[in-house]
Design a protein around this ligand. Sequence first.
Ligand code: COI
Length: 361
Amino acid sequence: QHEGIEVSLTQDPRPKSPVEDLTFGAEYSDHMLLVNWTKIDGWDTPKIVPYGNLSLSPALSALHYSTECFEGMKAFKGVDGRVRLFRPMENMKRLGRSAVAASLPEFDKEGFLECIKDLVRVDRDWVPQPTETIKHPSLYIRPTFIGTEPFLGVREPHNSLLYCITSPVGPYFKTGTFQPVSLYADPAFIRAWPGGVGESKMGGNYGPTIRIQRIAEAKGYTQVLWLFGENHELTEVGTMNIFVHWINEDGDPEIATPPLSGTILPGVTRLSLLELAATWGSHKVVERTITMDDVRKAVKENRLKEMFGAGTACVVCPVAKIAFLDEHLTIPTMESGAEVAQRCLKELTDIQVCITTVLHF
Ligand code: COI
């Protein structure tokens, strides 16, 4: 535990479900981290307290004007039994950028990360162990930042709360890890616009996608493929970044993902896979615009090998088909052995349990 943090431990630790029974984000560990800020006094002492409800004004800024942002990161039980965090500073930096977009105050990223580490130390028994069936469980860490000032004028909140809860999780999808998904793409639905906040991790980017997700499901598809612009550029899939593995127009094997144009979330998994694949030397690894025409053409010419989503929650998620309005495209990810997607999943999860930042006790 580092200095300058107050810890009050629960008297009433709750039972933990077996990892096989966990639904993503439905159970929480015993403690949470709270740090209050006011415009007058600045940051208060960080506090780790028993997990529980917050008492907040119904007039608070976050509820009315979405002065809110969050992060998603994970702690793993390493092969050596030690607890490890994966590139947590990347999440702190992104939270800082999202906070600017949400008109929330600046915070000390290193300091907040130290507090999160203390929270995970306190709740270390909540970091699940891998089992035969659940290979990559983790303690999902949800830093959250909200404007708490009770004031209905539209302005930057004069009070805010930076907090963090954690949740033991197995696979993001109930169907399990690495189950291929089908995508529904309709250019009528736009996730984010240039000049907007699509690159920020704000709740307001996710809430409005739920209705569209239900439309996709009603049509028999698992996820939404988010397109943008006249050329129907691929941007994201569900809540994930998107990757393709194909033979490009020049005949070279290529792993590609759309560039960060402002409408795409700069995923930590996205960044990690770009960096990882570049070390293989076997493929060109590029950030490039990918249109529905490019995908259609690559499928027709047998150049498209794989497509997959990538994100902290699900890690790597293979794509099997796309419905683009009335058009149906078969994506041969699994048929071609999903070799790149599998390698990404394996190498990333190996790093997560063997190599990344160890949490010392
Ligand atoms: C992720 O893939 O990590 C996400 O952003 C999903 C989260 C919103 C549940």
